[in-house]
Ligand binder design. Structure first.
Ligand code: ZN
Length: 88
């Protein structure tokens, strides 16, 4: 019997997810995060040990020595697109 989503009451499934956490200007990605995932509302829920582990990693400031790899990500701005949309 799957757990029901606290938000929308649909059944959730257990999965390993990825979480992106901003620490000031620094973006850190955490993989292999066990979660209950709701496909109906796209919400993800972590159990207490997982929440604790994420909090400890955040409090430790995401030590670079623990990173398993690094990725380059493109950065976009909506500034131009928004000012185009606002042009009458
Ligand atoms: Zn839901």
């Amino acid at each position: 019997m799957p757990e029901l989503c606290p938000r929308c009451d649909e059944p959730m499934r257990a999965d390993l997810v990825r979480s992106a956490i901003w620490l000031g200007d620094r973006l850190c990605i955490v993989e292999d995060v066990p979660a209950q995932v709701c496909d109906a509302c796209a919400e993800q829920f972590y159990d207490e040990p997982t929440t604790d582990a994420l909090r400890r990693l955040t409090e430790a400031g995401f030590p670079a020595s623990e990173a398993i790899r690094e990725v380059r990500v493109p950065v976009f701005s909506l500034r131009t697109r928004l000012s185009q949309d606002q042009t009458p």
